[in-house]
Design a protein around this ligand. Structure first.
Ligand code: AMP
Ligand code: MN
Ligand code: MN
Ligand code: MN
Length: 293
């Protein structure tokens, strides 16, 4: 059996630049045992990803989602892994998150215009539409706004767009309504998925005891897994999160958070996430398509 998985990726259905089909083919070329497509607030890419994966017997496609959750310290994102996108509860929650996202995007564009920047929602939509091969799509994220600012010559790089204008705390930033961790976990469970805390480094916990408290609260809210492996975790952080996963009885997972050329420093399948983390767990069937062993 193949030895590595990648359980966190984005396609053109949200703010990645590879189509769902391209993503699945890339994952097979990387010889991954499983890849999860975890777009922000949409499962629109999953049908095409599943269709592409049908022809690839050594690759298991995991239905996924990435949800933003309200959190006082930093950014909290929850991944749903192994979801069934036919869940009507999931569809309803995602529709309401997309409406909130769209309102927030309009407010951010108004802020940027007030700051004197010559940028419109049409400029931002053009970025998403071009990446989707001309198809308009519902999800616009800050990464699209950053790219539109770059294309208009208002910043030199998308990183500069975040640092100067749209990162949390910068003048063009507007917060979104989010779910509570409990609501996120419940929505994911209604769709038969596994709820995993994404990239804990972005929580901005100041010390071990604060992290311990946050993780225990999340576990009580129904979170079952923690993303130990992520490109933004250094080796000390990876070791720390693995230790917490073991101590708290949470499944250790991981992924690349691949966004294609929108995040060119990130490679699909890296960091390496061993399949052995999952193959003996009670989640093996849903994440690998095989029985536990
Ligand atoms: P949104 O969901 O609209 O808030 O946008 C989140 C997207 O922006 C995700 O793809 C993040 O990876 C990306 N992002 C958030 N903060 C930063 C940052 N400081 N630098 C680069 N990308 C970021
Ligand atoms: Mn993204
Ligand atoms: Mn995230
Ligand atoms: Mn992500």
């Amino acid at each position: 059996m193949r030895r590595f998985v990648d359980l966190h990726t984005h396609s053109t259905a949200s703010d990645g630049t590879a189509s769902p089909k391209e993503l699945v083919h890339l994952a097979d070329r990387e010889k991954l045992a499983a890849v999860a497509l975890t777009d922000h607030d949409t499962t629109d890419g999953l049908a095409a990803a599943r269709a592409a994966a049908e022809a690839l017997p050594e690759l298991h496609l995991v239905g996924g989602i990435e949800l933003s959750v309200k959190f006082h310290l930093g950014a909290m994102h929850i991944l749903g892994l192994g979801i069934d996108e036919r869940s009507s509860e999931l569809a309803e929650t995602l529709a309401s998150l997309r409406a909130g996202r769209s309102e927030r995007n309009d407010k951010m564009l108004a802020r940027l215009q007030q700051l004197g920047l010559d940028i419109s929602m049409a400029d931002v939509q053009a970025v998403a539409q071009q990446r989707r091969g001309g198809q308009p799509g519902e999800i616009i994220s800050r990464l699209h706004i950053a790219e539109a600012l770059r294309r208009k010559g208002l910043v030199a790089t998308t990183d500069e767009a975040f640092d100067t204008y749209i990162a949390r705390g910068r003048p063009g930033y507007v917060a979104r309504d989010g779910l509570t961790p409990c609501q996120a976990a419940e929505t994911i469970h209604q769709a038969d998925g596994i709820a995993a805390l994404a990239h804990p480094v972005h929580l901005h916990c100041q010390n071990r005891s604060q992290l311990d408290g946050v993780l225990r609260d999340l576990r009580a809210s129904g979170i079952e897994a923690i993303e130990v492996y992520h490109p933004q975790h250094n080796s000390d952080q990876t070791r720390l999160y693995l230790e917490f996963a073991r101590r708290l009885g949470l499944l250790a997972v991981g992924g690349s958070d691949f966004h294609g050329s929108a995040k060119p420093q990130v490679e699909l399948g890296h960091p390496r996430v061993p399949v052995s983390l999952i193959s003996a767990s009670r989640f093996a069937e849903r994440l690998l398509g095989t029985s536990p062993r």
